[in-house]
Design a protein around this ligand. Structure first.
Ligand SMILES: Cc1cc2nc3c(=O)[nH]c(=O)nc-3n(C[C@H](O)[C@H](O)[C@H](O)COP(=O)(O)OP(=O)(O)OC[C@H]3O[C@@H](n4cnc5c(N)ncnc54)[C@H](O)[C@@H]3O)c2cc1C
Length: 190
């Protein structure tokens, strides 16, 4: 469309397979046939989409956490130091136990939010809680998985450094942690 311009691509910490760019609209005319929904009703449409977008993010994070956990357990079992697999050291075993517990809580809350959403019940509180919890927890678990891999984790050989970089978007995109807390606070009558 005349007036639509992509100014420049933005370099990012993660999510590099999904380009992000500055775009501008100068006197762009939208034909009636291209209108989505009603004229001036765009914001309402965007708002209506938020619950599903946040649920998708939570589901994605739950999947990422499981993959990271499997990777951490497998490496803890394989890597030996001081004559035994590192997973046999209590420090590592306890760390993985905590990671598994947090992943399980994240999954349970996300499934509950999904259940409410799909059965048409009020779900904003649980969806916001799931988004808030899963995005921070996925980042935490990605970082812990990197730590368990030691120096290898920091290299690009294992893909874990990418998981850390990609997970960092979670607490920002789709509404920040602070905004989620505002929404949850309002649902609690505050
Ligand atoms: C890689 C990437 C992809 C994206 N993709 C999309 C997309 O596809 N579609 C889309 O619509 N958007 C997309 N976004 C935008 C994203 O949703 C916003 O960046 C995000 O919602 C935060 O808004 P902001 O950047 O304007 O931050 P700001 O609103 O400027 O916030 C800055 C800081 O202030 C805090 N803050 C703001 N308001 C409050 C408040 N009321 N109380 C307390 N703290 C507050 C924030 O939490 C944050 O820490 C994308 C962003 C990135 C980085």
């Amino acid at each position: 469309m005349p007036g639509y311009e992509v100014s420049r691509k933005l370099e990012k910490l993660g999510w590099r397979s999904s380009d992000t760019a500055e775009i501008s609209f100068t006197d762009v005319e939208v034909p009636a046939a291209n209108l989505l929904g009603e004229e001036n009703g765009g914001f309402r449409l965007v708002m209506a989409n938020f619950a599903w977008e946040r649920l998708l993010m939570a589901v994605g994070a739950v999947g990422a956490m499981q993959r990271l956990l499997d990777t951490a357990i497998s490496y803890a079992d394989e890597r030996e130091a001081f004559g035994r697999p590192i997973g046999k050291f209590q420090a590592i075993r306890h760390q993985i136990a905590e990671m598994a517990t947090k992943a399980e809580v994240s999954r349970a809350l996300t499934y509950e939010a999904l259940r409410l959403f799909h059965s048409g019940q009020p779900c904003i509180q649980q969806v916001s809680m799931a988004k808030l919890l899963t995005q921070r927890t996925a980042l935490e678990i990605a970082d812990q998985t990197l730590q368990i891999h030691g120096g290898y984790g920091y290299t690009r050989e294992y893909g874990i450094e990418r998981a850390v970089r990609d997970a960092r978007l979670g607490p920002i995109g789709g509404g920040t942690d602070e905004v989620m807390k505002e929404i949850i606070g309002k649902t609690l009558g505050l």
